[in-house]
Structures are given as structure tokens and as C-alpha cells.
Design a protein around this ligand. Structure first.
Ligand code: CU
Length: 167
């Protein structure tokens, strides 16, 4: 039966793509990007970071970099000796595990003096979802990146479905 085949395919596609649709891409610092003299704690406040979401660090190449550090490295503005920095100027970090995450800039005194450091807590969706209240906080955080991602995936799904229907 052609119809039931399509139906199974449809369910499979939705099951694969739904987590991608709901993932949020956060441009750190929004239009200011990753820079000095910006309050990244204020920026992170009120945002909910979930496993699967992405952080995008944007800055002019070579002006800054991104080190993922631990709590001590964050406090001391010191990346681990063996750590490699992200340096492309458009560094995307996917939040793959829940818990606390720390990021600093390792260029000159940007972290110490310029306060170029970010601390976030990534929520575990498996634990968080039953307790999520129907509060209107989602409306506070429609970033441009989210819209673009959702639109792109919506387009892909539509295209796939049309392809299936007319196959
Ligand atoms: Cu910097």
C-alpha cells in the first residue's frame, strides 16, 4: 500500500527532524557578538539553554578567540595549558551535555580586564520537561537565528512531504 508507506516515512521524518526544529541557536551577545566590555551574564539571564542548542561566538577573526574552561579557569581567566582555542570568528558550539559551561576569551587581558567571559547552565530536557510551566517566557526569546533555523527546516519538511505526495 503506497499510502501506508508514505505515512510511515512521514512519521520517521518528523521523528528525526523535530528535535532539530526545536533546537535554538544563540548568537552570544546578539548583535554585539563576542567582545570586550559586554555583560554576558546579563545576556544569559532569562535565557534557557537546552541540550541540542547551539552557541555562536561571532567576532572579527584574530581579534578574539574562545576557550571552553572549567569553573576555576573561568574565575582565573586561565585556559588549560593543553586546550585549543576556537578561532574562526564564527565558532559554533553545540551544547551536548547538561550542566554548567564556562567560556572565556584567551586574547591578552580580554577576560581579566574586559570581562569577556560567559557562564551558562544547560538544562537537561529529560529532567526539566515535566516541570516546565506554561509561562510566557518563550515569547521573550525569539532570536533571528531561531527563526531562520525553523524556517529552513520547515521548508525542508514541506519539500520532502510534497516530494512524497507526488512521488
Ligand atoms: Cu577577546
Amino acid at each position: 500500500m503506497a499510502f501506508s508507506n508514505h505515512y510511515v516515512l512521514f512519521i520517521a521524518i518528523v521523528a528525526i527532524l523535530v528535535p532539530s526544529i526545536t533546537a535554538v541557536e544563540y548568537v552570544v551577545g546578539d548583535e554585539k557578538g563576542w567582545t570586550i566590555n559586554f555583560d554576558y551574564q546579563a545576556w544569559a539571564q532569562g535565557k534557557e539553554f537546552h541540550v541540542g542548542d547551539k552557541l555562536v561566538f561571532k567576532y572579527p577573526e584574530r581579534a578574539h578567540n574562545v576557550f571552553k574552561v572549567d569553573g576555576v579557569g573561568f574565575k582565573q581567566c586561565a585556559p588549560p595549558a593543553d586546550a585549543a582555542a576556537l578561532t574562526t570568528g564564527n565558532d559554533v558550539i553545540t551544547l551536548t551535555t547538561p550542566g554548567r559551561k564556562w567560556y572565556i576569551c584567551g586574547v591578552a587581558q580580554h577576560c581579566q580586564v574586559g570581562n569577556q567571559k560567559l557562564f551558562i547552565t544547560v538544562l537537561d530536557d529529560d529532567l526539566a520537561s515535566p516541570t516546565i510551566s506554561p509561562s510566557p517566557t518563550k515569547e521573550d526569546q525569539p532570536s533571528r537565528a531561531t527563526t531562520i533555523t525553523t524556517t529552513t527546516f520547515g521548508f525542508i519538511i514541506t519539500t520532502l512531504l510534497l516530494g512524497l505526495l507526488f512521488a
